[in-house]
Structure formats: C-alpha cells, structure tokens
Design a protein around this ligand. Structure first.
Ligand code: NIG
Ligand code: FE
Length: 414
C-alpha cells in the first residue's frame, strides 16, 4: 500500500456529473486555491481544501509528501483523437500544402494518407513501435495521460492488425493509458480506386471480423468526406461495427458539409469529430442525440481553414471535447496545451471550458470517464502541475511546455 499527499497546490478540475458537460456546465470547475490531493495505491482518496484533506483518516498513513509550491494542478489531459501510429513524417507534402495544393488534392494524387499507407506497409513492427512510442512520450511530457490512437494507415487486414498490435504495445510499455480505435476506412486504397464499394465490403466482411477476433480495438471510426467515404458507405461500416458490439464514431464534415454530423446523430455515435463545416441543423441534432463533438483546432490551424463553431455548439447544448488529431498530414502536434490555447484564442472558449473539453468531456468521448478526466475520489491520480496560477496559463504562455511535472496513478512520469 502506498499513500501520498500532494500539498500547496492550486487545484482546478471539472466535476464529473455522470455525463459529459454541456452549456454552462462546461465552465463550472471545482477550484481549491489552497488545495491538496491524497492518493492511495494510485487512486484519489480525497481532494479539496488542504485543511479538509488533512483531516482525512488516511493522512496518518502518508509515506510521501510532495510540496507543489503553489503550482496549478489539473487532471491529466485525455486526447480522444490521434493518428500518432505512423511510420514516416510528410515534410515535403507540408511544403506543397503551404504553397497552395489543397489537402484532398494531395490525397487524390495518391499522396497524403496513401503515402503513409505505403510507409506502414514497408515498416517492420519494431520500427512502427519506436516511432509511435516517441510520439506518445512527447504527449505525456506535455501533460497527456490518456490517449486514443487510431489504425488507418494499413488499409488491408494484415497491416491494420499490425498497427493495432503496435498501438497496444505502446499502451503496455509506457505510463500512458492508450485506447486503440480501428480506422480501416480511412481512405480508399489504390487497388480499389475504381471500385470503392468493394473496399467497403472488404472492411465489413473481412477486416471488422478480424479486428474483433484480435480483440484490441473496441471502437470503429471512418473518414466520412467528399471523395473519401460517402454517407451511405459510412453508415454501412458503422452499422456493421455496431453489430459486432463496437463503439462508433466518425470524422465528420472536416472539409465539406456532407452531413456526417447528422449521420452521427442518426446512429447515436459516441462522437463526431472535426465538424469544421457542420450545418446548424445537424449541430442541433447532435445535441439532441447526445453525440460528443470532438473539435480539433490544430487541424484547422494547420490546414488554414475556419475553426469549428464551438460557441454555436455550446449554445445549442452539444458536449464539446478537444483533441490534437496528431497525424503526419493535417495536424502534426502531440500538444493538448497548444490545442487548449487555440480553443481559447481562436474558438472563443473560456479557459475553464477548454479545460473541461480537454479532460472530462474527452474522457466521455473515449469511454474512460470511470477512471480518468477529473480529480474525483476513486479515479486514477493522473494529473499535471503547471507553471502558472490557473489553467489560463495554457493559452497565455504559448509555445512552451507549461507542465512542470506529470503524474500517472500518483507516480511522477515526466
Ligand atoms: O483527421 N482526415 C482524415 N484523417 C486525418 C489526417 C490523416 C493524414 O493526413 O494522415 C485527419 O485530419
Ligand atoms: Fe483524424
């Protein structure tokens, strides 16, 4: 048994009310200016004002006391949308993109996601593991303690299963909790270019059952976009995944308003992600259906597109979450603090709203709210000490790592 006490902290945490925060709930944090956190065997036993925490019966068993020196203490970030399992970066393509070639044109010409697919096919499992682990550890240093990682650069059964094994291995060999997602329908692979429906059949009839037998991914995603997978194709794949008992989500309305947000509402998906071009009607339908909107402002920033309309979504009662989208094409960053900064400065979210979106709402989007996303008693003691007085520091002091220390289950890990 290990009992640890963290003292002299300015604690800021969203409250877990049993469902994702919406409307004004996004800005409602529990704040303890003179706070303390008591941890037993990696779990939180008491959190609050230091005077209250010091009265807890378990304080008598404390073996290690840490002085947080009045740093701001927040829950570890939960990053609910990444593609950080890839074999090679795409710097040359970035240069083409910033000189004017649109992201989807690069894909149409066989680059983009398809060039990452070729690199994964060539990479050994160990190489892929090394690159993925490096990205995951970079995220941890910046304060992410739970991360989703998608497959989707395999696009055939063997390589998709290979990616999922690598993602699983990164979870076992780093302090991070890693949540794997199957994204076999990320692009139409070259051999199927003339007959995308045949690839969709393959995803449904071969890949999904193989992924279920492998048992690593519990969730299924699809890139629903003009020129990639249509609404009908997306519905077929996601319904098949649901029949196999998987959680479903989708890349929706990232570039064009195809109606992906409406499909997410129809299917009661766990989340719809991106939504840069989502319509008002479909945003309303997402709110009614309880679909979490996972917003990825670093992608809008990198693609130089207008940001998702976070304020409209919050006003309409959608639960908003934030994620990095970390991938070698549209958004190469592991930094949740950067994403929070963009959300505050470019999507007009208040720092408190952005913190909630990057922690507890992100945990709901991933199905991990039972043990992550807030500093509630019984949850894992996953937290970050920031060099600042409040979470505003994440937007205010930009371009640096604001995390002084990162703790996973009460252990210092970065
Ligand atoms: O979320 N849009 C599809 N997938 C990723 C990009 C993947 C890539 O370019 O490699 C995204 O933006
Ligand atoms: Fe993505």
């Amino acid at each position: 048994m290990t009992v640890k006490l963290f003292r002299h902290a300015r604690i800021y945490t969203p409250k877990d009310t049993g469902r994702p925060a919406t409307g004004q709930g996004l800005a409602e944090l529990a704040i303890f200016e003179h706070g303390a956190l008591l941890v037993k065997n990696g779990r939180i036993v008491c959190v609050g004002d230091e005077t209250k925490v010091l009265q807890h019966p378990t304080v008598g068993d404390v073996q290690l006391e840490t002085d947080c020196e009045d740093c701001c203490l927040i829950p570890g970030f939960v990053d609910p949308h990444t593609h950080m399992c890839f074999a090679r970066r795409r710097e040359a393509e970035f240069e083409r993109r910033i000189s004017g070639t649109p992201y989807l044109d690069i894909l149409k010409q066989g680059g983009g996601i398809l060039s990452s697919v070729r690199a994964v096919a060539r990479a050994t499992e160990d190489d892929l593991y090394r690159v993925t682990r490096k990205q995951a550890l970079a995220a941890l240093k910046l304060g992410t303690t739970t991360v989703e990682i998608k497959s989707g650069y395999g696009l055939d059964t063997a390589n998709e299963l290979k990616m999922l094994r690598v993602i699983h291995r990164v979870g076992r060999s780093t302090p991070l909790d890693v949540v794997p997602t199957f994204l076999g329908a990320h692009a139409v692979p070259e051999p199927f270019r003339e007959d995308p429906d045949r690839y969709v059949d393959q995803v449904i009839n071969d890949m999904l059952p193989a992924v279920r037998r492998q048992g690593i991914a519990q969730a299924c995603d699809i890139f629903c976009e003009e020129g990639v997978f249509s609404l009908d194709q997306s519905r077929r794949v996601l319904e098949a995944a649901r029949r196999l008992g998987m959680r479903i989500k989708l890349h929706a309305d990232e570039v064009r308003d195809l109606g992906g947000a409406g499909l997410a509402a129809d299917l009661r998906a766990v989340s719809a992600d991106h939504l840069l071009a989502a319509s008002d009607d479909n945003i309303t339908r997402m709110a009614q259906a309880g679909v979490v909107a996972v917003l990825l402002p670093a992608t809008a920033y990198s693609l130089r597109k207008p940001y998702a309309r976070a304020r409209t979504m919050i006003e309409k009662g959608v639960a908003v979450a934030l994620a990095t989208d970390c991938n070698p094409g549209s958004s190469f960053t592991e930094s949740m603090p950067f994403v929070v900064g963009l959300a505050v400065l470019n999507m007009n979210m208040a720092p408190a709203e952005a913190l909630t979106a990057a922690t507890i709402n992100a945990a709901y989007a991933l199905g991990v709210s039972g043990w992550a996303g807030s500093l509630d008693e019984g949850k894992q003691a996953d937290f970050v000490l920031l060099d600042g007085e409040s979470p505003s520091i994440l937007a205010y002091h930009s371009g640096v790592c604001q995390a002084v220390a990162v703790f996973k289950c009460g252990e210092p890990v970065a």
